[in-house]
Design a binder for this molecule. Structure first.
Ligand SMILES: [Mg+2]
Length: 277
């Protein structure tokens, strides 16, 4: 299938974009008209064959996951997703049913999350390379960040940690939005609790004491601390605030060497997933 035919098929699958997207697939650029009183947030996330997934993984799952990872970043900042752009490099033998299934997975999640595909780019390559950019919006000045935690704040996660790769990602969009104006810091767990909490501590110039970590069925504490791909939210709340239902308190932000983590009196090294290592 040639490039033009592939783009036409993607446009057909994507359907009409939501109303703020004035121009979607088909022109040189997409046009988005933001509402007043909003900040726009942008994130991009890659999935590369052999690095993030095996070549024989189901295309529908890969498509869904590629968008879910970016939506998780949007959720982490309390934003709602407005549109996405998808850049895709594919071998020629993947432009047919493979690409259709890929976009069906991606677009089904986009519809559930109330967002739309507004454009992108396709190219030929020996292996599959995917990049999904999502634009989200949050009330002006209110987006959740990593750098606002205060000493004495309690630390929470939105679910059990240490899940295996194949489990579905449910981007915590409504939870993130419910934390606006409440959480002092928030981020999503993509690389592992130890390294992600370390990053939040560094951003907030604090240390953290962990009391307990809720384990996913069958997961070890080691995996829950250092394994990646959880895509739960990690956030801090002032002591006096009640956490949302279903979230687990895991510790407290404390004054100490910035970035330092401890659990049961022992120092924990930030050892989650890191590229180039
Ligand atoms: Mg993130």
């Amino acid at each position: 299938m040639n490039e033009l035919a592939l783009i036409e098929r993607i446009a057909k699958l994507a359907g009409k974009p939501r109303s703020e997207v004035l121009v979607g697939i088909g022109d040189d650029c997409a046009i988005y008209r933001p509402k007043s009183g909003e900040d726009l947030l942008f994130t991009t996330d890659q999935m590369i064959e052999g690095v993030h997934f095996f070549p024989n993984a189901k295309p529908r799952t890969i498509g869904e996951r590629a968008l879910a990872r970016s939506l998780s970043d949007i959720a982490a900042m309390g934003a709602s997703p407005r549109f996405c752009l998808v850049t895709l490099a594919l071998p020629a033998n993947r432009t047919g049913p493979w690409a259709t299934s890929f976009f069906r997975g991606l677009l089904a999640l986009a519809a559930r999350a109330g967002t739309t595909l507004a454009g992108g780019d396709v190219a030929h390559n020996d292996t599959i390379h995917i990049d999904v950019m999502v634009c989200g919006a949050a009330p002006k000045g209110k987006a959740l960040r990593r750098d606002g935690a205060r000493s004495g704040d309690k630390i929470y996660v939105s679910g059990r940690l240490g899940r295996p790769w194949e489990t579905k990602i449910n981007p915590r969009l409504s939870l993130g939005q419910s934390l606006l104006g409440r959480a002092t810091a928030c981020m999503d767990l993509s690389d592992g609790l130890s390294i992600d909490l370390h990053r939040m501590c560094l951003a907030s110039k604090l240390a953290a004491r962990l009391d307990s970590v809720p384990l996913y069925k069958g997961a070890s504490l080691e995996r829950a601390l250092h394994g990646g791909e959880d895509y739960e939210l990690l956030f801090t709340l002032p002591k006096k605030l009640k956490p949302p239902r279903g979230c687990f308190e895991i510790g407290e932000m404390i004054k100490d060497v910035p970035g330092r983590l401890e659990m049961a009196g022992r120092k924990i090294r930030p050892e989650g997933y890191s590229h180039f290592q």
